[in-house]
Write a protein of this length. Structure first.
Length: 407
């Protein structure tokens, strides 16, 4: 399948200075943002601390929450609203408290501090009553057994356990974890007597804690270091493979291009304040492989053309190789880009950073294959003033020699 019906004849190497200029600008913007903010925005996975996911029945009162946290001495905490279009988590916020101290007690203290600040800001509830939005099925069933609103007597146990499960399932599913008013439980087939009994034992807070993540500072530092090592190991392995399969200059150019892709992606993460998490590291490794694959396709075509176009200047061979693989590049990269773009637009908050890394990585990784990696090889040949560029598998055992000529 071909994207173009006619042969393409674009002089890519004559435009190399524009590719380098654009990359330099993107790298400079990302570096400036990185320096301005002091560092990347790491998730709790890497910097340690307590991350609490809080869901509200209505629009989250972010300003009130921020003021309340400051009043409770948690001014260093970060509140982030989740406002995904068409997503059920639109009324959810995350509260991130950076870890202070060491050990399990310090970690639990961070969680307790956030919970206390939430109750102090949004209301501490009613004395002697439990928060229904924080109660489990067992607690609800025990309360119903004590009140026995259905008059079941000694046979109340199993019946109220089933009823409690029905009520908490309604809260967790239809209410997405939050019941704004206990009277809303009528929609779960709760009778007036059951609702009255619940009012005696519970109150409905305007929020619910749906998840808590706690990571110690030592673990976060170790994960950061391991993420760097994993990326460097991947690049080193690819360098060795391409150097063996082609020549070392090809491997160096490919690794520089991939390193360029990662730096630009991280720069945009810093500029737009997306969090770096473990899933983002997975996305970066994915784009490393994707970009490298596209680069190898072009290099392989260059090797084939070196055997067929021995008397042609090397830049012309590179141009022709890129043009010959352009249809394949547009089709594969275009379809993959559309997929990850939909994932970014509709995947929700959890996948937002991951999908953003893939969106940027595919765009930058595709263009760097022909705009950075290939021109670097041509620049090396010109700088060395070689009349020949050996490539394994192209022509004789000693390699095919081509003129360096201008594009």
């Amino acid at each position: 399948m071909e994207f173009f019906h006619h042969s393409v004849n674009i002089n890519w190497m004559s435009k190399a200075k524009y590719f380098f200029g654009m990359s330099g600008l993107l790298l400079l913007i990302g570096m400036a943002s990185w320096v301005h903010h002091g560092s990347l925005l790491y998730s709790v996975d890497f910097k340690g601390g307590t991350l609490v996911y809080v869901r509200f029945a209505g629009a989250p009162p972010v300003d009130a929450l921020r003021k309340g946290l400051v009043e409770q001495g948690l001014g260093d905490s970060v509140i982030q609203k989740i406002s995904d279009i068409g997503n059920s988590n639109a009324n959810e916020v995350t509260i991130n408290l950076q870890q202070q101290g060491q050990g399990d007690q310090a970690l639990d203290a961070g969680k307790t501090e956030i919970l206390n600040a939430l109750h102090a800001t949004l209301g501490a509830g009613e004395a002697g009553k439990q928060d229904f939005n924080a109660a489990g099925t067992t607690a609800v069933a025990d309360a119903l057994v004590r009140k026995d609103p259905l008059g079941l007597g000694t046979a109340a146990g199993n019946r109220y356990t089933v009823l409690a499960k029905q009520l908490t399932d309604y809260r967790d599913n239809a209410g997405r974890g939050v019941v704004a008013n206990l009277d809303d439980l009528r929609q779960a087939n709760a009778t007036p007597a059951v609702i009255a009994a619940l009012h005696d034992s519970f109150y409905a807070s305007p929020f619910a804690i749906v998840n808590v993540e706690i990571v110690g500072p030592k673990v976060g530092a170790q994960l950061r270091l391991q993420a760097v090592y994993v990326t460097l190991y991947a690049l080193a392995g690819m360098l060795a493979y391409i150097a063996f399969r082609f020549e070392w200059v090809y491997g160096a150019a490919a690794v520089i291009a991939v390193f360029h892709d990662v730096l630009i992606t991280l720069g945009l993460f810093s500029l737009l304040r997306f969090e770096i998490s473990l899933t983002v590291i997975a996305a970066l490794l994915t784009l490393v492989g994707y970009s490298m694959n596209d680069t190898i396709v072009i290099f392989d075509r260059i090797r084939e053309n070196l055997r067929l176009m021995r008397r042609e200047p090397f830049p012309d061979i590179v141009n022709k190789s890129i043009n010959q693989t352009l249809s394949r590049t547009i089709l594969t990269s275009g379809l993959t880009f559309l997929t990850v773009l939909v994932l970014f637009a509709m995947g929700g908050h959890v996948l937002q950073s991951f999908s953003f890394a893939l969106v940027v990585g595919i765009l930058v990784g595709t263009y760097s294959s022909f705009g950075i990696a290939a021109p670097l090889v041509v620049a090396w040949v010109r700088w060395r003033g070689q009349g020949a560029l050996p490539v394994r598998g192209a022509g004789s055992a000693a390699g095919t020699k081509v003129r360096t000529g201008e594009a």
